[in-house]
Ligand binder design. Structure first.
Ligand code: GLP
Length: 243
């Protein structure tokens, strides 16, 4: 079953998870760390950066990989997930693009780019620790409700709800939010050795309850965590309020 850890607030959640990443890096300095975008994981990246700057953690050999990406944004677009991960994670940790891998959302052959990325993750030795956020509709990565629990990295169409949720990153203009995305599949995500989902705030309470206590169902993609031998869900009091 999924391990649930309740923390007082997002900052404490970030520190707890950053400490776990620090332990992983001590034991495996070149660990492959799967990172998620959205607001929820930001406290993790802040705490990890602080740990590295204080000299407590050596992340110089860490490798970073992306969970998902918008399709069709120009490569340097500030809200492409590649740009976001470089800005929020890779650069603050003192790493370069050489330590980073992600799917190519501006490829001409999107299906080929999906398959190539899925393969590359395996060839890199697999993800050691995958960070996850959760959508209000229970999605992980961009695996929207009804995604196959065995799915691989592929192109998906966003739901209206997710485009509304993400419009804040695009000047609150939903028309600027791409319709299509590349996401690691649920089957791909489940291959990571440790899954760590951080959810904070009242708005995630229902999705968290369904994830942890509901049936394993394609309607709630995050419920697939129950199939994983080592999955941890870190929540603040508000996100835990429906457990
Ligand atoms: C996006 C990302 C997800 C993320 C979700 C929640 O849809 N693709 O990986 O978990 O947003 O974002 P937030 O943490 O900002 O609520």
């Amino acid at each position: 079953s999924v391990e649930v850890v309740i923390v007082p607030d997002a900052k404490a959640g970030g520190e707890l998870i950053a400490a776990a990443i620090g332990r992983l890096l001590r034991h495996k300095p070149d660990a492959l760390l799967g990172v998620a975008t959205g607001s929820s994981p930001l406290p993790i990246y802040e705490a990890l950066t602080a740990q590295v700057r204080a000299g407590g953690t050596d992340a110089s050999r860490a490798r970073i990989c992306q969970l998902d990406e918008y399709v069709g944004l120009p490569p340097g677009h500030p809200e492409s997930y590649r740009s976001v991960v470089l800005r929020e994670v890779v650069e603050p940790l003192g790493l370069t693009e050489a330590s980073f891998m992600g799917p190519d959302g501006s490829a001409e052959d999107i299906e080929g780019a999906c398959a190539a990325y899925d393969r590359a993750l395996g060839e890199a030795g697999g993800v050691d620790l995958q960070l996850l956020g959760i959508g209000t509709d229970g999605h992980i990565g961009f695996n929207e409700p009804c995604s196959s629990l065995a799915s691989r990295t592929r192109i998906k169409t966003l739901t209206e709800q997710t485009r509304v949720d993400n419009a804040r990153f695009f000047d609150n203009d939903i028309d600027q939010v791409p319709h299509h995305v590349i996401t690691q599949g649920i089957g791909t995500i489940l291959e990571a050795r440790h899954l760590v989902l951080l959810a904070t705030g009242e708005g995630k309470a229902e999705a968290v309850a369904q994830t942890v206590e509901g049936p394993v169902a394609a309607l709630v993609p995050a419920s697939a965590l129950q199939l994983h031998p080592h999955a941890t869900v870190v929540v603040d009091e508000a996100a835990a309020s429906k457990l």
